[in-house]
Write a protein that binds this ligand. Sequence first.
Ligand code: ADP
Length: 494
Amino acid sequence: MAKKYILALDQGTTSSRSVIVDEKGVIIEIEQQEIQQIFPKSGWVEHNALEILETQVSTLKKVIEKANINVADVIGLGITNQRETTVIWNKNTGKPIYNAIVWQDMRTADVCEKLKKEGLENHIKQTTGLVVDAYFSATKIHWILENVPNAKVAAAKGNLLFGTIDSWLLWNLSDRKIHATDYSNASRTMLFDIKNLCWDETILAALNIPKSMLPEVKPSSFHFGNYILDGYKIPIAGIAGDQQAALFGQACFRKGEAKNTYGTGCFLLMNTGTELQFSKNGLLTTIAWGIDNKVYYALEGSVFVAGAAIQWLRDGLQIIKSAEESEAFALEVEGENPVIVVPAFAGLGAPYWDMYARGAIFGLTRDTGKNHLIKATLQSLAYQTKDLLVAMQHDAEIPLTSLKVDGGACENNLLMQFQSDILDVVVERPEITETTIMGAAYLTGICVGLWKQEEILSHRKIDKEFTPEYTVEKRDRLYKKWLKAVERSKDWID
Ligand code: ADP
């Protein structure tokens, strides 16, 4: 019998990637192309939506060629994508009416202020699970409609369609037939009622967004439509936003399981099961995925400065030459590190939310050296992750059962061991850290009947497990010191 393959696409902020995954869940080929970052003004970030489509299609064709497989053996296509990034296009011409406005773009901060003044903050929190912020798609759609000539008229006539990147790719790959998205992407628009699973009329009205522009919302593991390549029909059968896809790719299927991605920042998501939990600590509530007629929720929090603090050691202080080198220097510190670095370079995020805080270093003595500083900076990634997990556990009232890790800085063994020590849970690093794209592949493979969800657990190979070694006394004492340092770094800017 011919082998079967899944084609998975990862349309990220900096590149479009395509991979071929075989029946055993192994990535056999990868193809990647960078995309251009467009900065028209300070605080504005755009992508060319046509370039996104072209690079994605070109990498998917190339990866099939490179893997040397038959298109007929590709039995499913999955998509994961940078979340919140907004595209509006004309459904008759197929052309975007403006560049894609990227999640990082802050041009609509004033629209968010207006929504708050109109008293919508609480409504938005209760329906969408999000805090009012320019990150999310809603105010970006509003901006395009208000600022592109004739857009409002075209939208009112029903000629314009909105989509996050997954919808834009799906509509094009399905030969302009399917205008849909999945629950995880919809839950990042700040327009979607995550309890009743429908678009929210109140927010749409407040932003003058016609409902006719919005995609249909479907489960994440679902036969959305077909992509026809060389005469073969490939079912498009899995879609999820990048962080949720990573949660799925890490097989965090049960309540209380969480994953943390250690990149420039950290993205922490915890599966909270099928019941909706709102946060009292400034975390976001989001839909993890829809599968088997059920919707699963997650709590999400992010650390703004994680790997970025290591970059600061390298480029700012210039006390290391590469991020990897940080581990060897940190290992030179014997015993407990008396130094604490709070990298609140741009204020403190969840659960503190203090934009007036600034970075600080505590515990300096005459014999403090660069190794202490390097180790303390690494440890700050783990302390900040603990802050988020403590808040999540309060909100969800469920204990953390395990932490699965990915992202560039998870390669640092000292950091991972300290993460386990300070959390008192096992930290599990998978062999394949391509968890995001694997999440899309798994959602697709499950839909087309290649795998069962439980089977995926057996696909995952663990590279290394870090088990906690600290005593309760030591852990509590160190964490108290960190909390004291955070308190002292608050409210620094007048
Ligand atoms: P992103 O996707 O946000 O660009 P990556 O997942 O590629 O991030 O991870 C890169 C980040 O991780 C950088 O900020 C870098 O400083 C940090 N990093 C990479 N390797 C290590 C390491 N061995 N130890 C500590 N930090 C690391």
